[in-house]
Design a protein around this ligand. Structure first.
Ligand SMILES: [Zn+2]
Length: 448
């Protein structure tokens, strides 16, 4: 072959390769149109009717009011687009639960309770069950979770997140907090002979140096959030108050917060009340988890500092011990104090994000059970929905990208049949789930 022929041949191959890769990179993302009978967009104070949502790939590109009557399919639909008719449904952004534990299974004391998870179950067994928990959340329309530590399963949450993002298993978007942090005497396992070393459900630290090191380790291994326990246990004191044991000092907590903020991440603090909760606020926590007993001064401090409250109300209503036992009195006191604190915080304008403590509640139960509880304690149904959409997205620093149906947001879309503003319990029956532009569940409509 002549040299010029070889050159021509090589050029031809090069041209084909460039053309093929150009076509691959520029092939238009698949277009999906959703017709929403009613749209609750996660931000607006009232719903919209007859809306067409346009999705390209994994993003929402357009949300438009379109009167298509008598046809439900828009006449200007692009060629090759998929049309999803949700004209008989209420469409919402994918829901966000900002406090879960995919590595817990609502431990039944009769089956060994919390301890058996750490003492007898191989990590692979726990990871397999966490996979099921993640799937359960997605099935119920929760397309994002802030998972608040693995309870002795180390960095298992980072692995589950990788498997979801890699497309190996279905699941929500995960914001993970890995091992969590408390102090000596500040977390189970407890009550074993001092001669026996037992595992702990968190990373134990004592002193600001160890505190900072633990935060560094967890951040280094993939933590999106740092979870710290500022109170441990709770009981009713002699004078009838709900009290809790404080754990970290302000100095220890400040080292963690300083380190975590330096990485551009945030700190979530489990705190029931009293001294521990005060240290959580003085130490600069970004979110208070549970917050059972909030004083007026603490509420004012939360507003001043922009601290979030993730109350997790429902978990304190299950499995009460008999009323005439100290534990039973404690259980009732926790619920009654929590209600007062939640109502006060809400009225004062504390930023509230939806969270359940699922895992503390068995994953077989509905996640959406928290909604009616929030409404019972004074939120409007719209406020409760926004706490699980745009507000929770703000907590996660994903404003405009999650928790909203608007151009530029990720295509996380769910739908229910009926009006959740009239009956918030309807959110327990999510019939359509799309995450990242892909339909995961579709029991409401037929695709065309
Ligand atoms: Zn929790």
């Amino acid at each position: 072959m002549k040299r010029w022929m070889i050159l021509l041949f090589a050029l031809l191959i090069l041209f084909c390769w460039i053309a093929a890769s150009w076509a691959q990179n520029n092939s238009p993302a698949p277009v999906t149109l959703i017709r929403a009978g009613v749209l609750i967009d996660g931000v607006s104070s009232s719903p919209r009717r007859n809306v067409i949502i346009t999705i390209r790939g994994n993003r929402i590109t357009d949300v438009a009011d379109k009167e298509t009557f008598p046809l439900s399919i828009p006449t200007d639909m692009p060629m090759g687009a998929t049309f999803i008719d949700l004209s008989q449904a209420t469409v919402l952004p994918g829901l966000i639960d900002a406090h879960t534990h995919i590595f817990l299974q609502g431990e039944d004391p009769a089956e060994g309770g919390y301890d058996i998870q750490l003492l007898k179950y191989p990590l692979a067994f726990r990871a397999a069950r966490a996979t099921v928990s993640a799937r359960r959340a997605l099935e119920q329309g929760f397309t994002t979770l802030r998972d608040m530590e693995t309870e002795g399963a180390g960095y298992g949450d980072v692995g589950i997140k990788m498997a979801i993002e890699g497309g190996y298993i279905p699941g929500p978007r995960l914001f993970v907090s890995t091992r969590a942090i408390s102090t000596t005497g500040g977390y189970p396992l407890e009550g074993y002979a001092p001669e026996i070393e037992v595992p702990k459900g968190v990373q134990i630290i004592d002193g600001p140096v160890e505190a900072r090191k633990a935060a560094r380790e967890q951040l280094d291994h993939g933590a999106d959030w740092i979870k710290v326990y500022l109170t441990h246990r709770s009981w009713v004191s002699k004078n009838g108050e709900l009290v809790s044991q404080p754990t970290l000092t302000v100095e220890e907590l400040r080292a963690i917060v300083d380190e975590t903020h330096g990485w551009g991440k945030k700190v979530a603090c489990h705190a029931y009340g009293g001294e521990g909760l005060q240290r959580a606020l003085d130490g600069g926590c970004d979110s208070i988890e549970h917050g059972l007993v909030l004083t007026d001064a603490q509420i004012a401090q939360m507003i001043r500092q922009g601290t979030w409250l993730c109350a997790t109300l429902s978990v304190y209503y299950g499995d009460w011990a008999p009323a005439d036992t100290p534990t039973g009195q404690r259980d009732r006191k926790r619920a009654s104090e929590h209600e007062v604190s939640f109502r006060k915080a809400m009225k004062a304008g504390v930023r509230i994000a939806f969270g359940t403590d699922m895992g503390g509640i068995p994953w077989t139960e509905p996640i959406a059970q928290e909604f009616p509880r929030m409404v019972e304690f004074g939120m409007t149904p719209m406020q409760a929905i926004q706490s699980a959409t745009s507000r929770a997205a703000e907590l996660l620093e994903m404003k405009g990208r999650l928790g909203v149906i608007a151009p530029g947001a990720y295509a996380d879309v769910v739908a229910v049949s009926g009006d959740p503003l009239a009956d918030i319990k309807i959110l327990e029956n999510v019939g359509f789930v799309m995450k990242d532009g892909k339909i995961f569940k579709n029991e409401l409509v037929s695709k065309r």
